[in-house]
Write a protein that binds this ligand. Sequence first.
Ligand SMILES: Cc1ncc(C[n+]2csc(CCOP(=O)(O)OP(=O)(O)O)c2C)c(N)n1
Ligand code: SF4
Ligand SMILES: [Mg+2]
Length: 350
Amino acid sequence: MTFFRPSFRHPQLPANQAGYYLRDYEGGISTLCAGCGHDSINGAIIQACYELSLEPHRIVKLSGIGCSSKSPAYLLSAAHGFNSVHGRMPSIVTGANMANRELLYLGISGDGDTASIGMGQFVHAVRRNLNMVYIVMNNGCYGLTKGQYSATADKGSVGKKGEPNLLESIDLCEIAIQLGAGFVGRSFSGDKQQLVPLLKAAMSHIGMAFIDVISPCVTFNNTPTSTKSYHWVREHSEATSTFDFVPFRQEITTDYENGSTEAVTLHDHSVIYLHKKDPEVAVTDRRQAVDALEEHKEEGLILTGVLYVDPESEDTHTILNTSERPLNSLEQAELCPGSAALKEINEELR
Ligand SMILES: Cc1ncc(C[n+]2csc(CCOP(=O)(O)OP(=O)(O)O)c2C)c(N)n1
Ligand code: SF4
Ligand SMILES: [Mg+2]
């Protein structure tokens, strides 16, 4: 059941460049447990869309099944939405994306939804470099079905039931980098300062922008020895860099000539300025990005921030040379090339 917010807001709240107010990006009132990390991520998504002045009706929010996958009910009520079957969000995005490339596709999933039942769907969406923002709300457990360990739970971490997780964990960011995602980042639900610009950069990237957000489940997996707990993440995370995101439309006024700053220009001419903490980590080098993740893991640290960007990446539409216009805007003459063209194609195949 969805409860709607009262429509009254303070009359002096500012509108963004597109003329929308923050409330235009909100959704129904959350029914998640108080303190659940997923709610904070939803707040960050709303903030990022507002700050980028996106038109809500140009956004499509899609999910699978899980507490995390309930998110589309809690944000962007004016956007298009699709709550799919468990683990099947990527194929629904693929179909919608192929039919209309002009919309922004926001896929919201959980670690169970993506790393277990949806793993086959996830890897193929990544290797196609599908043009979408793929957000995993990663709590290391199946929150909705009462806290079983998920495939991203770290080996040895201990949830509420007291038994340690005996199995190796899957690092979705490493897989995304290895399989060709053009933008990969990791963050923490409790770090809005990092998460909002990371989301804005992901929303401006063309191709697969994958973000893994550690999001504690306060009901089943927020124990001191769980590596997905508030306490653990605050004590053990390290950022690749601090960064600024400057959308294309915004005038660039700051001087970034500092030797430890790297500017990465995205396809849409937006720029990410990375103020590096560790100049050894080159986020535009796939191999170094994976090495950095593994090295930090060996030290018991979680690496956050922008982990990898490929400014030259080609998304599915470019690779497959698809129609530039939404399919529903094509006329019959464009859809049916006529018998002469058909004959020519058939001749080529003989
Ligand atoms: C086909 C199918 N199998 C199993 C389930 C039961 N189920 C519902 S949610 C869920 C896991 C959710 O975990 P996750 O994606 O991590 O989301 P969270 O609740 O932790 O946010 C499972 C196994 C289901 N709904 N459908
Ligand atoms: S069970 Fe866990 S993941 Fe689900 S709403 Fe509650 S705190 Fe969040
Ligand atoms: Mg989960």
